[in-house]
Design a protein around this ligand. Structure first.
Ligand code: FEO
Length: 396
């Protein structure tokens, strides 16, 4: 990544990962990602804000050399996860006077993950400041976005807020700042859904904490920077807020077409009732898209056949993932076909125990759906529309 000046004495020195397509061996990265790192040069001291993924540490070091950095006083670690801390040991070896500045929980996490001597740390508390001369770093503890040790760093004179993962996006881009708001918002929403959604209540608290801060630039550690901070802060307030939309997500898998026929019928029935439907075929969908669909949806329907007396494993995987993501879904339903019996409803219900959602009557059919089965799907659609407060009724 090219070194670029953000403001006088503040440079972006991180790296792009154009080719990466999977994070945590779980999260799809259709547009790659970046590991942002920032050099803040005061009149007396210099600080690096966050490192990069260990696979990119040589690029970070090359960027520091390009800027002629011969002495680094501080490395501020906002988050201990390896994609931001992996380069720290090499940086500390390269700059023997450099001290890692972070909070107590992050010190402990960094020691767990890396071999860093005790005397290379400076522990700071919430609200504490560190002078670099004509620039002052202020540390704002922001736990659980998305690890317990996360924090933000604010440059008081430049009004730049470094947020690490918070407000970020997995997006490799040649532009330093957001230039096209719509795709940037989608990438940020995907990131929120995959990483931040389980910590929605903490997100709300951190947004409140930031409300009194004058912010000109939001600089996360993934994706483009925001010189219109209101856009991303308002988007987060919307996503983390308690309101849900008149949307039903259907996560489905079908083996021989019976569940698929039920899903197709239910989609039409919901549309007729005025409910927006977002179907995801679990054998094909990008799970990030499913996660994004769950950010706003009032209802989640899992549709699957019964296999060996339980839910199809693709549906079980999705249920476990949804349970971990804890969307603000208000209503859930289970739909599907079975051959001779099983405990699909009980098992899927147990797998989604984290959801604070009202379960609606399941619709399970033996074999292919027929006759009264479609009436039951109509009743489910009507119930969902009523729960969503939709007043539009179908012509029939
Ligand atoms: Fe980008 Fe939680 O690490």
């Amino acid at each position: 990544m090219t070194v670029r000046e953000i403001k006088a004495g503040v440079h972006a020195v991180g790296t792009q990962d154009w080719d990466r397509r999977l994070f945590d061996e779980l999260i799809p990265l259709p547009e790659g990602t970046s590991y942002n790192s920032f050099l803040v040069s005061g009149s007396e001291k210099t600080a690096l804000i966050d490192g990069v993924d260990p696979t990119k540490e040589d690029e970070l070091i090359a960027n520091l050399r390009e800027l002629g950095v011969e002495n680094l006083d501080f490395l501020v670690s906002n988050h201990a996860e390896q994609d931001h801390s992996g380069a720290i040991p090499k940086i500390l070896g390269l700059y023997p006077n450099c001290i890692v500045v972070t909070n107590a929980k992050c010190v402990a996490a960094l020691k767990d993950l890396h071999d860093i001597a005790d005397d290379r740390f400076m522990e700071i508390a919430d609200g504490e400041t560190l002078s670099l001369g004509d620039k002052t770093l202020q540390f704002i503890l922001a736990p659980w976005v998305h690890w317990p040790e996360t924090m933000f760093t604010y440059v008081q004179e430049d009004k730049i807020l470094f947020t690490c993962d918070f407000l970020g996006a997995h997006l490799a881009a040649s532009n330093l700042f957001v230039t096209d708001a719509a795709p940037a918002r989608i990438a940020a929403k995907r990131y929120y859904a995959e990483i931040m959604m389980p910590f929605r209540n903490q997100v709300k608290k951190h947004l409140e904490k930031l409300a009194g801060l004058k912010i000109e630039i939001v600089a996360p550690s993934h994706g483009p920077l925001h010189d219109n901070p209101t856009a991303i802060l308002d988007a987060y307030a919307d996503w983390a807020g308690d309101d849900v939309k008149n949307e039903a997500v259907i996560a489905y898998v079908s083996m021989h077409g019976s569940t698929r026929r039920m899903v197709d019928y239910l989609i039409d029935a919901l549309i007729k009732k005025g409910v927006t439907v977002k179907p995801f075929n679990l054998t094909q969908t990008d799970l990030g898209e499913l996660a994004m669909g769950l950010v706003d949806a009032a209802t989640l329907i899992i549709a699957c056949p019964t296999v060996l007396a339980g839910p199809h494993p693709a549906a079980a995987y999705a249920a476990i993932l949804v349970n971990a993501l804890k969307p603000k879904t208000r209503f859930t339903a289970i739909v599907g076909s079975y051959g001779w019996g099983g405990r699909t409803v009980e098992q899927l219900t147990a797998m989604t125990g984290n959801l604070k959602a009202e379960p609606l009557d399941p619709v399970l059919v033996k074999g292919r759906p027929q006759g009264n089965d479609f009436d039951r799907l109509d009743q489910l659609a009507a119930k969902i529309a009523a729960k969503h407060g939709v007043e539009v009724s179908s012509p029939d």
